[in-house]
Design a protein around this ligand. Structure first.
Ligand SMILES: [Zn+2]
Ligand SMILES: [Zn+2]
Length: 149
């Protein structure tokens, strides 16, 4: 006999972190970022996740230890009702081309160009892994709005 798993939002498990400057709650989808092998309850050990807070512009870099798996609570509804965007930007420095993956959470009604604007004014600014600054306008490789739960 098998049990059917239901996606009850009241008991959904989500990954949460807090902006390192204003402490705003960030709710990541439970499938992102996982260990890459389909286990949504484990984060990749060397995880380093860049998040730009749209409330205070601060760029937080979260390690796997700083993102906690929690059960959805009522207080999280506001954070979840915002839209989490995952943006991949390519470094345009000559002979570089490194990709930068950036997350940001904005109100649902924001447009894609406003999301990019929020990322461009991050403090401290976003650099590629070789230390190159972003060009303006940035070379966006992909941009997706993610479901939070
Ligand atoms: Zn913040
Ligand atoms: Zn670069």
């Amino acid at each position: 006999m098998s049990t059917t798993l239901t996606q009850d939002p009241q008991t959904a498990q989500v990954w949460v972190a807090h902006c390192k400057q204003c402490n705003r709650l960030v709710v990541f989808p439970h499938t992102v970022p996982n260990d890459g092998h389909g286990d949504t309850h484990r984060l990749a050990p060397g995880l380093s996740l860049i998040y730009v807070c749209s409330a205070c512009n601060h760029k937080s870099v979260f390690s796997a230890q700083e993102i906690q798996l929690q059960t959805m609570e009522n207080g999280m509804q506001k954070a979840v009702s915002d839209t989490l965007w995952r943006v991949v930007i390519a470094c345009e420095e000559k002979d570089c081309g490194r990709l930068m993956e950036v997350f940001t959470c904005v109100e649902r009604f924001r447009r894609a160009d406003e999301v990019l604007w929020s990322i461009m004014r991050a403090k401290p600014p976003i650099y590629c892994s070789r230390g190159h600054a972003l060009y303006e306008p940035p070379q966006v490789r992909s941009m997706e709005a993610m479901r939070s739960v």
